[in-house]
Design a protein around this ligand. Structure first.
Ligand SMILES: *[C@@H]1O[C@H](CO)[C@@H](O)[C@H](O)[C@H]1NC(C)=O
Ligand SMILES: *[C@@H]1O[C@H](CO)[C@@H](O)[C@H](O)[C@H]1NC(C)=O
Ligand SMILES: *[C@@H]1O[C@H](CO)[C@@H](O)[C@H](O)[C@H]1NC(C)=O
Ligand SMILES: *[C@@H]1O[C@H](CO)[C@@H](O)[C@H](O)[C@H]1NC(C)=O
Ligand SMILES: *[C@@H]1O[C@H](CO)[C@@H](O)[C@H](O)[C@H]1NC(C)=O
Length: 510
């Protein structure tokens, strides 16, 4: 009897002690944009109008060379949030939930929750739907069910007007008058309201995830944001490089499916989209970003910067016409590179502190854990006892502590993209193949100077790779060709380098 009482007291004591310790921890506001390539004024993009991101950057760390593990929403988000590569979580599309399909892996918000945080999800942090068990991984990751704005229901409905007719269309370009939209609002406006409300009365410490739905297509935003973006600034012609492997090409099936793009009769699968319309796409992409930037400004005003870590990133980039290409769905720099902004209340900066080391989105989880001072997350290895909570990435925290320029290291980033075949198709959708359709995987390695990509045979049942069957290779030198237009892979003088990079890829993905 006595022993029993003693045990109860110890448990109670531990719980209380834990709660007290946890309240001294910093809050986290984790902001994601969808399909955002980091076109921010303060980073040197003169076409961007992003005063609020500029202001956040002026006191933050900016990681300039961060790469998504796969340029598609669900795989990238699940990968980042579990700190595991797509080949570990077996998420290459929208179908599978890692906990039941691959392993019961701990997520970033779950880790904070288990360490005494209230964790809250507003909008799109996880990709909604089967890849997060239709609950955005609640209750494991979050203290409450995700706030999904009611007007998200209209995301693919015909709500866009053309000039000169009164009908409603499912357009790609969809500037709107908000008061004439269903419920007289838009999803990201609703999410912003919800975030402000949460911040007003949040119980500390909290981890608040805010996932904006834009600039993902369709470009539906209050039309007044167009006025910041003169169409004349967006006329620019790109060509499809001639020596690309066909498997590298993504035919932007999602754009072609919109009413306004359909009526252009763009030839399949290589296009091009007519120049005037292409300029409008770029303009509307930038206007969508300015729209989100202004909502971000409302949220930043509510944040107590003395004890809140603020993170801003994206799931992947978006091709704005580069290579004659649109959308993500590829292994190119424009699709894989994402901005990563971190404000650390322990180290507020007097101006933007840029860190150029190569990093990956799977690094975000261990990095935030270290900044917040939670128990460190170990590197995954097969001998680890608790191998459900570990990272395949690395913490970037030491790069923030070190005052010296810490850029000349040998870090590399790995990414991948699946295809159902070598030639671009609508059915199966070569931009977003289902698991059973995947026959090829493109693996890519980015070093400080080069990107090497190999498209190889992939077995979708055994998840096995066949390096003897290569369907195409690419090699780009970022010192002379930052836009990846000149494929050097067949040049004799690069053979040795190519073989070295290929060895590294094969070692990583045997
Ligand atoms: C998965 O992990 C969660 C959180 O640790 C736990 O609550 C749950 O029981 C686990 N599920 C299985 C099937 O092991
Ligand atoms: C996923 O959702 C289903 C249906 O709501 C539920 O029965 C199942 O337990 C969930 N899976 C996990 C791992 O929680
Ligand atoms: C596209 O094709 C349709 C049907 O063939 C035709 O009516 C329309 O004028 C074409 N549009 C353009 C922009 O060429
Ligand atoms: C976790 O470790 C156990 C051995 O401790 C091993 O059997 C299992 O395969 C490991 N799981 C993963 C996902 O590595
Ligand atoms: C795996 O992790 C454990 C615990 O962190 C460590 O002791 C061990 O050396 C690691 N093994 C390998 C092969 O890296």
């Amino acid at each position: 009897m006595k022993l029993c009482i003693f045990v109860i007291i110890v448990v109670n004591f531990n719980t209380n002690w834990f709660a007290v310790a946890a309240t001294n921890r910093p809050n986290v506001v984790f902001i994601m944009l969808d399909d955002f390539r980091g076109n921010i004024r303060a980073l040197g993009d003169d076409l961007a109008v992003t005063p609020n991101m500029d202001a956040l950057l002026s006191k933050s760390f900016y990681f300039s060379s961060v790469f998504a593990q796969q340029a598609l929403c669900a795989p990238s988000r699940n990968s980042m949030l579990t700190s595991r590569r797509p080949d570990t979580i077996l998420t290459y599309n929208f179908q599978h939930y890692w906990r039941t399909f691959a392993g019961n892996y701990t997520t970033l918000p779950q880790y904070f929750k288990e360490n005494g945080y209230q964790t809250e999800s507003i909008g799109k942090i996880f990709h909604h739907g089967p890849s997060s068990n239709k609950t955005d991984d609640y209750p494991y990751s979050w203290s409450n069910p995700t706030f999904i704005p009611s007007t998200q229901e209209y995301r693919n409905r015909p709500v866009c007007k053309n000039q000169g007719d009164d009908e409603l269309h499912r357009n790609l370009l969809c500037p709107v008058i908000v008061k004439f939209q269903p419920e007289q609002t838009l999803p990201d406006i609703q999410s912003t309201e919800a975030a402000k409300e949460f911040l007003m009365e949040a119980q500390e410490p909290f981890f608040l995830g805010i996932g904006f739905y834009k600039p993902h297509i369709p470009f539906k935003f209050p039309y007044e944001y167009l006025k910041y973006h003169d169409i004349n600034n967006f006329r620019k012609d790109f060509l499809r490089p001639f020596d690309l492997p066909q498997a590298a090409w993504n035919p932007f099936n999602d754009l072609r499916d919109r009413d306004d793009v359909k009526s252009l009769n763009v030839s399949y699968p290589f296009g091009p989209i007519p120049s005037e319309f292409a300029a409008k796409i770029r303009q509307h992409y930038y206007a969508s970003v300015t729209y989100i930037d202004s909502l971000l400004g409302e949220i930043l005003k509510m944040i107590d910067f003395t004890n809140t870590i603020v993170v801003l990133t994206s799931d992947h980039g978006w091709s704005c016409g580069e290579h004659g290409e649109w959308a993500k769905y590829s292994n190119y720099e424009v699709s894989l590179r994402v901005p990563l902004i971190i404000f650390d209340p322990e180290r507020p900066q007097s101006k933007m502190r840029r860190i150029n080391s190569i990093a990956e989105l799977i690094d975000v989880f261990p990095t935030l854990v270290d900044i917040a001072g939670l128990p460190k997350v170990s590197k995954c290895n097969n001998t680890l006892e608790d191998n459900l909570t570990c990272t395949e990435g690395k913490s970037l925290h030491h790069k923030m502590l070190n005052d010296e320029e810490n850029n000349d290291d040998n870090e590399v980033a790995f990414s991948q993209y699946p295809r159902p075949g070598t030639y671009p198709t609508k059915i199966p959708d070569s931009d977003q193949p289902k698991l059973r359709e995947i026959k090829i995987m493109g693996y890519t390695i980015r070093t400080k100077r080069f990107r090497y990509t190999a498209w190889i045979k992939f077995n979708n049942k055994k998840f096995k790779r066949n390096w003897n069957k290569i369907y195409g290779e690419e090699l780009y030198d970022h010192d002379i060709d930052d836009s990846e237009n000149i494929n050097l892979v067949h040049r004799a003088e690069f053979r040795q380098l190519k073989n070295q990079l290929k060895e590294k890829l094969m070692k990583k993905f045997p």
